[in-house]
Design a protein around this ligand. Structure first.
Ligand SMILES: [Zn+2]
Length: 227
C-alpha cells in the first residue's frame, strides 16, 4: 500500500500542542533523511494518484497552513529534495502563526510544493448542512486559486472527517481526489493518511512507514481528535 504522511507544524513547544500536531525540526529531518534513501519512492500526490494501482510509494503532506511549513519545513524539504503538499485552511491565511497570502504564493510557486485545500473554516464536514459543506469546498478552492494563481484540486478533510456525502461533494466541487486520515473507505475521495506527532521518533516513523502498518491500524479506533 502507498503511504501518505500528514504533518502539521514543525516546531518544538515546551508543552505538547493539542491533538499531537507538533514535530520538531530535528525529528522531521530524521524522517526526511530516511525517505531520501528511498528517493525514487517519494512522489508528489499527483504522481501518487497516477500510481494508485502500484505500491511502495510515499508522499509528504502538511495540514492547516502553519507558517513554519515555509520557514522551517521548506528548507529541509529543499535540502533533501523531496516533494510536499500543503493543505491550507483558506480562512486561516494571514492569522497569527499561519501563512500569509504572499507566503502561500511563495510555497505554491516552489517546484517541490503542491498546495491543496483543507476547507474554509476547519469544521467537521460530516456535521454540517449539505450546502455549507459545498460552500466550504468551493469557496476555499476559489480563494486558494486566487491567492496562488494555481489550480487547486486536491482536498484534505479537516479532522480527517468525511462520509459518503462529503466524498460526493468533493467530486462535485471539482476536486480530483481527497484525503482523510482513517475515515472513509480509502477510495479516491477518502484516502487514508498516516498522522505524525511529537512522539514519532525515527523508530516509530519507520514502523508507521512499514507495509504492516495500515492493515493493523484498520482494526483500531480512529483518533477522535486530529487537527
Ligand atoms: Zn487540520
Amino acid at each position: 500500500m502507498n503511504k501518505v504522511f500528514v504533518y502539521h507544524t514543525i516546531c518544538e513547544p515546551v508543552e505538547a500542542l493539542p491533538s499531537d500536531i507538533d514535530v520538531s525540526a530535528r525529528i522531521f529531518e530524521q524522517h526526511l533523511k530516511w525517505l531520501s534513501r528511498r528517493r525514487e519512492q517519494v512522489v508528489d500526490l499527483y504522481s501518487l494518484l497516477a500510481r494508485s494501482a502500484e505500491t511502495g510509494f510515499y508522499s509528504i503532506t502538511f495540514d492547516d497552513g502553519f507558517r513554519d511549513n515555509l520557514t522551517v519545513a521548506l528548507p529541509l524539504i529543499e535540502k533533501y529534495a523531496l516533494p510536499m503538499t500543503v493543505f491550507a485552511v483558506a480562512g486561516f491565511i494571514g492569522k497569527k502563526g499561519y501563512l500569509s497570502k504572499t507566503e502561500l504564493r511563495t510555497l505554491a510557486d516552489h517546484p517541490l510544493v503542491t498546495v491543496g485545500s483543507h476547507g474554509m473554516t476547519h469544521k467537521h464536514l460530516s456535521r454540517m448542512a449539505r450546502d455549507d459543506v459545498r460552500n466550504e469546498m468551493s469557496d476555499s478552492k476559489s480563494f486558494l486559486e486566487e491567492v496562488t494563481g494555481k489550480r487547486i484540486d486536491l482536498l484534505a478533510y479537516p479532522f480527517g472527517d468525511c462520509d459518503g456525502f462529503t466524498e460526493e461533494a468533493a467530486e462535485e466541487c471539482g476536486y480530483t481526489a481527497a484525503w482523510s486520515v482513517w475515515n472513509g473507505t480509502n477510495s479516491r475521495y477518502s484516502m487514508w493518511r498516516i498522522p505524525l506527532g511529537r512522539h514519532d521518533n525515527l523508530v516509530r516513523f519507520r514502523a508507521k512507514a512499514s507495509a504492516a502498518y495500515f492493515p493493523v491500524k484498520r482494526f483500531l479506533k480512529p483518533p477522535e481528535v486530529l487537527a
